[in-house]
Structures are given as structure tokens and as C-alpha cells.
Design a protein around this ligand. Structure first.
Ligand code: IDP
Ligand code: MG
Length: 141
């Protein structure tokens, strides 16, 4: 693949009404939004999505937070999508995120850091398939 990534606008950013501003940043950066939807995950669903972090000290906090409210999930397409989106969102810890990045502008804390981005092409493919069916992804083709 190489040209797709999964973005999530996390519950803190949705609650703080940053969804539209973040959506605008995505479009301005030149991504094609293949699919997007508002969801509210159960605890079990967030545990499954973040299974890669199982056993880490922040796993419980992360999965509780991500199931605490609505998220917007987006399947994005652009050349070099994974790296490009991660550059735009900035460092995991907003205190370390560069000026002008989404996490710098909109995150609340290390845990409540406004957005998610896939970390590799392989995980992007899995994460997109976790949330979207083939027919949803076909919509803009
Ligand atoms: P990433 O989202 O930048 O890829 P990861 O290390 O994959 O960062 O961690 C996943 C998510 O878990 C982070 O975005 C953040 O919400 C949360 N997280 C990571 N490290 C910590 C921590 O030390 N305390 C609390 N939450 C954390
Ligand atoms: Mg990650």
C-alpha cells in the first residue's frame, strides 16, 4: 500500500469541538478522505484496537479514555501517508510537539493527545480494515 493511513480524532478533541479544525487541516494538507465516520467504541473494542500496547503501563488509561466518548475515524490517502500524517500531528507528548502541529495546538495531555496516526504501512492497512468495510473505502474511487 504505502499511500494510506488511519487517523482518529480522539474523544478530547471531539469534546473540545476541534473536529472541524482538524478535518480542515487534513484537507489542506492534501489528503483524500477515503472514508470517515463518528463512532463510540466500547472498552472491549478499544482494547482490541490497541492490543499492540497491551501490558504497557498506560494501556488501561488509554483504552478507558478512547471508550469514554465519540471519536472520528478517517481513512486517509496521500503519497507517503503514514509519515506525512505523523509529521502533521507531531510528537506523542504535546509538550514535545513542534509548533504548528495538531497535538501542539489541540492536545490536552500526553494521554489525551487529540489525534491518532498509524505508525507503519502494515499497521495502517490493519487499522483501516479494523474500522472500514471494503464498500466504505470504495466510495470515492
Ligand atoms: P502515538 O499515538 O504517537 O503513536 P504510542 O506510543 O503509540 O503513541 O501510544 C499510543 C497512545 O497512548 C498515545 O497517543 C497516547 O494517547 C497514549 N500514551 C502513550 N504513552 C503514554 C503515557 O506514558 N501515559 C499516558 N498515555 C500514553
Ligand atoms: Mg502509535
Amino acid at each position: 500500500m504505502g499511500n494510506q493511513t488511519l487517523a482518529i480524532i480522539k474523544p478530547d478533541a471531539v469534546q473540545n469541538q476541534y473536529t472541524e479544525l482538524i478535518y480542515e487541516s487534513i484537507v489542506k494538507a492534501g489528503f483524500i478522505i477515503l472514508a470517515s465516520k463518528m463512532i463510540h467504541m466500547t472498552k472491549a473494542e478499544t482494547e482490541s484496537f490497541y492490543a499492540i500496547h497491551q501490558g504497557k503501563p498506560f494501556y488501561e488509561e488509554l483504552t478507558s479514555f478512547m471508550s469514554s466518548g465519540q471519536c472520528m475515524v478517517l481513512a486517509l490517502e496521500k503519497e507517503n501517508a503514514v509519515d506525512t500524517w505523523r509529521e502533521i500531528i507531531g510528537a506523542t507528548n504535546p509538550a514535545e510537539a513542534a509548533v504548528g502541529t495538531i497535538r501542539k495546538d489541540f492536545a490536552t495531555s500526553l494521554g489525551k493527545n487529540a489525534v491518532h496516526g498509524s505508525d507503519s504501512d502494515e499497521n495502517a492497512e490493519k487499522e483501516i480494515a479494523f474500522f472500514f468495510s471494503q464498500s466504505e473505502l470504495r466510495a470515492n474511487k
